[in-house]
Design a protein around this ligand. Structure first.
Ligand code: SF4
Ligand code: SF4
Ligand code: SF4
Length: 241
């Protein structure tokens, strides 16, 4: 026992504030478009595996929900118009939530402001998003310090966190989990698969993004999003930032 206590004392506090920690040097975050001379060669558009880059009214746009940060567009752009950044705070509220604005924000804060219980459903992920989500509960990120925790039953959950593209075989399980939750509740789509459905494309086995089957309140882009990105999305939801 003394040996264990000595070890705990020697280790000290390992938990850190989620946005104080440095991201690794090689971390790939949000892609940005520089304000330079674009040659309109469209190589970035054709090289993007998830069709995240599009041209709209003569301008390039990047759908961050679909981007997997692979860097192909950056490599293919000879004019050096595209750049990787280390920005991971990319979580966004759905357009409906954002339009209702501060009223809904205040309501969410009053209901979920002190604690948030999450039920997770893997609707068809490659498991990388799930590993990052599991890391939230370790002593380093210590999700519980914010009053947030995972629960085993949807009946005790305020939020449904979905990872992976929605596969047809798991659609019913996902809908049943959502229907078993008390209202009001929130739905978070984690990762490019859940947020856009464009990683695997369309096939007989896929329904696509989570918002094809459920109303999504928060999208967390990334492939996978790092734990800090997930924490940012959760704290944004609870209006604790
Ligand atoms: S980083 Fe990859 S997925 Fe993202 S826009 Fe560029 S090519 Fe597309
Ligand atoms: S690859 Fe570069 S130069 Fe070509 S369209 Fe894309 S941003 Fe412009
Ligand atoms: S978003 Fe990327 S990491 Fe997450 S489930 Fe899809 S492929 Fe895997």
């Amino acid at each position: 026992m003394i040996h264990i206590l000595k070890k705990i004392m020697a280790t000290g506090v390992v938990t850190e504030d989620y946005d104080k920690g440095e991201v690794p040097e090689r971390f790939r975050g949000q892609i940005t478009i520089e304000k330079g001379e674009c040659k309109n060669c469209c190589r970035c558009i054709t090289s993007c595996p998830t069709k995240a880059i599009r041209e709209q009214a003569g301008y390039l746009t990047i759908d961050h929900k679909a981007c997997i940060f692979c860097g192909r567009c950056v490599e293919r752009c000879e004019a050096e118009q595209l750049k990787h950044t280390s920005k991971y705070k990319l979580a966004t509220c759905s357009s409906i939530t954002a339009n209702i604005g501060t009223l809904l924000g205040r309501k969410i804060q009053s209901i979920f402001g002190r604690s948030l219980h999450i039920r997770h459903v893997d609707a068809g992920s490659c498991n990388a998003c799930d590993f990052e989500m599991n890391a939230l509960s370790n002593p380093f990120y210590d999700l519980q310090q914010y009053g947030i925790d995972f629960v085993a039953s949807p009946r005790h959950a305020d939020m449904l966190m979905v990872t992976g593209v929605v596969t047809r075989n798991l659609t019913q399980a996902l809908l049943m989990t959502y229907e078993a939750m008390p209202t009001p509740n929130l739905v978070m789509a984690v990762g490019a698969c859940a947020a856009s459905g464009q990683v695997f494309g369309s096939s007989y086995a896929m329904c696509g993004a989570v918002d094809k089957v459920l109303p999504v309140d928060i999208y967390v882009p990334g492939c996978p999003p790092r734990p800090q990105a997930l924490l940012y999305g959760l704290l944004l939801t609870m209006d604790k930032l």
